[in-house]
Design a protein around this ligand. Structure first.
Ligand code: MG
Length: 496
């Protein structure tokens, strides 16, 4: 039985095909920008993406598309999938109707140039090279928020772009709710000393070719389908979904501290698996993608942290590491696990451990909220960043490269993205709790990853964007984003 039978919804899906194709082209271009494009190509590329974005805007706000959507909205008795199509299309149409074309163009073009400026600023650790672009991007984002509208404050509109329905109030409640608990767990872990003792493996250098072999072997072990997916190298690991049979992940090789490359691969594998397991019938329809960044990040965090940084996984992967990487030959499994699960406050978010990671998010959330409210000026950011880092993590970055310039998101023009990482950590913990602590251990120890994927497929992946994030969580796990799950998971891991 087909999921779609209403003739107007079917027509809307057919119209959507062209929108999907424009997005497909943009995604392929982004993948290329981050992987193989010569650096000087960015100028032309930023014009090209701005033009494609304009084309998308024209296509989605075209009178025939809007008329079909309005007609579809008039029907009663539609099924969940059909309602999902209408919900997602309505969000897109509203967004592109409300944001003026010139503003979108300016965002695309400025973020292209800002990305290059940021890259140089970070290399030289000179915030002033990036700050003029950031000022403009903040201004553009504030205008976008005004155009979109919001209930309580402009930042709400930006959060909603990344996570349907997320508001400043809810993000505050979630982040403030875990802040004290995280601190409590961290203090106990510090006092105990086991997880904070440095590991020699952090400093050990590795051969990039050998590490590439490890990453490929791990992907094979987890069940990454070679005929439907790729692994490449980029400065910042990411996943791009070009279609249900073309999903691409990247990692990086820094030459030391091999877990960083390995866990990037496992993390992106989690994103890729979501995309690969969406119901094939939803492919190329408005609901054929992951529903939100928070839910997406939940999938990647689950694979990276719950599975990858576990004792059972360390046991499983040790022979492979010993054979290919050699560094681990003199280490026992427990030491390898301790290296994987190490707790170490340090200035850089992407290197953060599971426990302190969310403190990095609180810092960014406060600063973004302040910038959009107009309470924080871009020129004050470096100092504010460092001060908050000291307050939250006990560490002052040595320079702006490892402080305010460390993340790519603002350079991409994205403000309101960061809180979705903590939502992801929460979703991962909710899945851990739903599968069951002992059962997760058993499945990983037995290398039964197919069963874990099947669980995720049935509860989350198969639906694509059919349900709103909170609706999906309620349906599949019985509650909305639940910070308690994250605290239980971290307590079970670090305090027992
Ligand atoms: Mg991710």
């Amino acid at each position: 039985m087909s999921k779609f039978s209403n003739p107007v919804v079917l027509k809307l899906i057919e119209k959507h095909r062209r929108l999907w194709a424009i997005r497909h082209a943009s995604a392929l271009m982004s993948w290329d920008t981050e992987t193989y494009m010569p650096r000087a190509g960015i100028d032309g590329r930023s014009y090209a993406s701005a033009e494609l974005e304009a084309l998308y805007q024209q296509a989605i706000t075209a009178p025939d598309v809007v008329a079909l959507l309005e007609a579809a909205e008039g029907f009663e008795g539609l099924n969940d999938y059909e309602r999902g199509v209408i919900r997602v299309m309505r969000r897109e149409v509203d967004r592109y109707t409300k944001i003026p074309a010139q503003l979108l163009y300016r965002l695309e073009r400025t973020s292209g140039l800002a990305f290059e400026a940021w890259r140089e600023a970070r290399e030289k650790s000179e915030f002033s090279k990036f700050s003029p672009y950031l000022k403009e991007l903040v201004e553009i984002n504030r205008k976008i928020a005004e155009a979109l509208g919001y209930r309580e404050e402009p930042y709400d509109a930006l959060l909603d772009l990344h996570e349907e329905g997320l508001t400043t109030g809810e993000a505050s409640r979630v982040l403030e709710g875990i802040r004290g608990e995280l601190k409590r767990i961290y203090e106990r872990v510090s006092a105990d000393g086991y997880y904070i003792r440095p590991s020699a493996l952090e400093e050990a250098s590795y051969d990039t070719g050998a590490m590439g072999q490890v990453n490929r072997a791990v992907l094979e072990m987890l069940g990454y389908p070679a005929d439907r997916a790729r692994l490449d190298v980029s400065p910042h690991p990411f996943t791009i979904e070009l279609g249900i049979d073309d999903v691409r992940i990247t990692t990086r090789y820094e030459g030391r501290d091999f877990k960083r490359s390995l866990f990037s691969v496992i993390h992106e594998f989690g994103h890729a698996t979501y995309a690969l397991q969406i119901d094939r019938e939803l492919f190329m329809t408005p609901i054929g993608d992951g529903v939100s960044l928070g839910i997406h990040e939940g999938q990647s965090r689950f694979w990276e942290n719950v599975i990858g940084r576990s004792r059972e996984f360390a046991t499983l992967v040790k022979p492979l590491l010993d054979e290919k990487l050699k560094l681990t030959r003199g280490t026992d499994v427990e030491e390898l696990y301790r290296y994987f699960a190490l707790v170490k406050p340090q200035p850089v978010r992407t290197e953060a451990d599971e426990l302190t990671y969310n403190l990095h998010i609180i810092l960014r959330f406060e600063l973004e909220k302040g910038m959009i409210r107009g309470e924080v000026k871009v020129d004050e950011l470096p100092e504010l960043w460092n001060r908050m880092s000291e307050e939250l993590l006990g560490i002052r970055p040595r320079n702006d490269a490892e402080g305010v310039l460390q993340d790519i998101h603002w350079a991409h023009g994205s403000i309101g993205y960061f809180p979705t990482y903590t939502l992801g950590n929460i979703v991962a913990a909710m899945m851990w709790s739903a599968i069951g602590k002992e059962r997760v251990k058993e499945l990983v120890a037995g290398s039964r990853f197919g069963e874990i994927k099947e669980f995720m497929k049935e509860r989350v992946h198969i639906y694509g964007a059919t349900y709103q994030p909170r609706e999906l969580l309620m349906k599949s796990f019985g509650s909305s984003y639940s910070p308690d799950a994250l605290i239980s998971y971290l307590s079970a891991k670090y305090l027992s």
